[in-house]
Design a protein around this ligand. Sequence first.
Ligand SMILES: Cc1ncc(COP(=O)(O)O)c(C=O)c1O
Length: 402
Amino acid sequence: MPTLAINGGDPIRTKPFPAWPVLDTADTKAFESIYNSRRWGVRGSNVAEFAKQFAEFQGANYGVCVNSGTTALYVALKTAGVGPDDEVITTPYTFQATIVAILMTHAKPVFVDTAPDSFLMDVTKIQDAITDKTKAILPVHIAGYPADLDALVDIAERHNLKLIEDCAQAHGAEWRGKGVGSWGHFGCFSFQTSKNLCAGEGGIVLTNDRELYERLYALHNCGRTPPDAEFGNIEPFGSNFRMTEWQAAILLSRLKRLEDETNYRHMNMRWLDGWFGEIPGIRVTRLDPRATRCGSHGYKAIFDSEEFEGISRKTFLDAIRAEGIPMGYWYTTPMYRASFLKSNLFGQDFDYSNVHCPETEKICQTGLALSQNILLGTEEDMEDIIKATVKIRRNVGELKDG
Ligand SMILES: Cc1ncc(COP(=O)(O)O)c(C=O)c1O
């Protein structure tokens, strides 16, 4: 008699996990108030209010709201002075937007491998990647796991480089009790639908520096100065990268829940870490003790095929999905192999054929992921994830790679 659901046995669960985005009537009211105000764009006050509240939430002095996370990165890079012939050190384990934003400035992305058994940039390898052309370091707090900000701030200071944190997946994440995005010169967030704080689309750049803030502001708003400008007409050039009042109103409403939701996801993440840590073959992602709160834009672990009698990650994932657990993986291609780098889209002609980051290659093949909405589930939901994994391990003899 087969036991595993993939072979006809009963699945561990048939119930869905919490849907995303979570709906709340407070959001509807916020939306209606914008509609009725007739202030849908620049004349409203919600964008400025959200920028202030979100900057405070992450521990930064200023925020400039923009229309996407990609724009946030682009505007930050431009404000940092990054342009043609410059190099930006970054990670190959990220969403393509990180790299595309660098390409849009006509600079060159330089890739540093991830640390062993981690999804984060290996800070010990940054020094060797710095050249005369390096202008900035762009780490990514993948899935809300904070990168080593102590080391990153130190390297950036010693080499006079701009530090731009890609926090698109890290709302609410904290390093030594202080929000990510407030450590570097710039912190860039996305509010696209899948993100832990979302409004369909949108983004923000945080900074602690008044002058950088005024430059960011002008760049995102057709060269205009902020209402309380101290530096005058500091950056006459700019474009329209603005956020609308609709987005800001929804974000203000949802921001009220972000603290509780982040703590809840973090709690479930640590609970899963505890139990997965007991199952040979599932390696838990180490959370640095200085990472006092994970943004938990999903859950990440590493699959060790040898402990599962040599079955592939795909076979394991097919089996766990049949048990009712929507587990998957994230990035399967290190960014230096992304086909768009060869398309010469932005006039650059880069050759990455000699770039090889072995640790990133490994996690692209072995990484496991659960999406962030699953971490909003109940204790029983979390138990089902563990039960399904244990069930597969016990009955792995029933599985064969297809
Ligand atoms: C790591 C990372 N950086 C940047 C972005 C870009 O954000 P957006 O989709 O809002 O442009 C994303 C979005 O998925 C992301 O995951």
